[in-house]
Design a protein around this ligand. Structure first.
Ligand code: FES
Length: 213
C-alpha cells in the first residue's frame, strides 16, 4: 500500500512544474506587490502576453488604422466632390456640315455618330433629319438596301425622307433648321426642329427647314 509520500515521488507533469515555479516566484516577494504591476500579475499566476500574441495585436491595430484611414479618405473626397460643378457635356446644337455640293442624291449618314443627324438630298432640295424615332426616341438605322429607316426598338419604319409608314411611330421624324453661312457652308441647328404632328399641317415646307437645289 502506497504511503502519502508515494504520490509526490512520481514525476510531475509540465503544468505542475510551471505552477510550482510560479508559486515559488510569488513566494519570493517580500510583502504584497503593487496592484497592476507585472509582479502582481505574476504573483497571481496570470500568463504574460507572448511575442505571438503581440504580433496579432499589432496586425489588428494596423487593420483598424487602415480601415479608419480609408473611411476618412473616402468621406473627404465625397466632401470635395460636393463643391465641384456637375456639368453635363453635350455636343453643340449649332454646327457646320460642309457645302451643299458635298452631298449627292439620297441619304448621307456620316454625321450620325457625331451630331445624330442624316443629310438628305432630293432632286429639288436638301434637308437634315434629326435621327430620333418619334415613338420613344431610339435612333433608327438606315437600311440602304431597303431604302428606308428602321427603328431597332419597336420596329417603326420610315421612308428615305423620314416619313413613317409602319410600326408605332406617330409621325415623321423631325427636321433641323438649316441655312447657308457666309462662307457657303451649311449651318445646322438641332435646337430648332420642324415637325409634322399627326393630323396637323406639315412644317416641312417652312423657311429654314430645307435648302433649295
Ligand atoms: S422607339 Fe422607335 S419604334 Fe419605339
Amino acid at each position: 500500500m502506497a504511503g502519502p509520500e508515494s504520490g509526490s515521488d512520481k514525476p510531475k507533469s509540465d503544468a505542475g512544474n510551471k505552477f510550482a515555479a510560479k508559486g515559488s516566484e510569488a513566494a519570493s516577494y517580500v510583502g504584497s506587490p503593487a496592484v497592476g504591476t507585472s509582479k502582481a500579475a505574476a504573483a497571481a499566476g496570470l500568463a504574460t502576453v507572448g511575442p505571438q500574441q503581440s504580433e496579432i495585436n499589432e496586425r489588428r491595430r494596423r487593420f483598424v488604422w487602415f480601415a479608419v484611414t480609408g473611411f476618412l479618405t473616402a468621406w473627404f473626397l465625397a466632401f470635395l466632390r460636393f463643391f465641384l460643378p456637375r456639368t453635363l457635356f453635350e455636343p453643340p446644337t449649332i454646327f457646320k456640315i460642309g457645302y451643299p455640293s458635298d452631298y449627292s442624291l439620297g441619304v448621307d449618314t456620316k454625321w450620325q455618330q457625331k451630331y445624330r443627324i442624316w443629310v438628305d438630298r432630293t432632286p429639288d432640295r436638301l434637308f437634315v433629319i434629326f435621327a430620333r424615332c418619334t415613338h420613344l426616341g431610339c435612333t433608327p438605322d438606315w437600311k440602304a438596301s431597303e431604302n428606308k429607316f428602321k427603328c431597332p426598338c419597336h420596329g417603326s419604319g420610315y421612308d428615305s425622307e423620314g416619313i413613317n409608314f409602319e410600326g408605332p411611330a406617330p409621325r415623321p421624324m423631325d427636321r433641323a433648321h438649316v441655312e447657308l453661312a457666309p462662307d457657303g457652308q451649311i449651318i445646322v441647328d438641332v435646337s430648332r426642329l420642324f415637325q409634322w404632328p399627326k393630323g396637323q399641317p406639315s412644317r416641312f415646307n417652312d423657311p429654314g427647314s430645307f435648302l433649295e437645289g
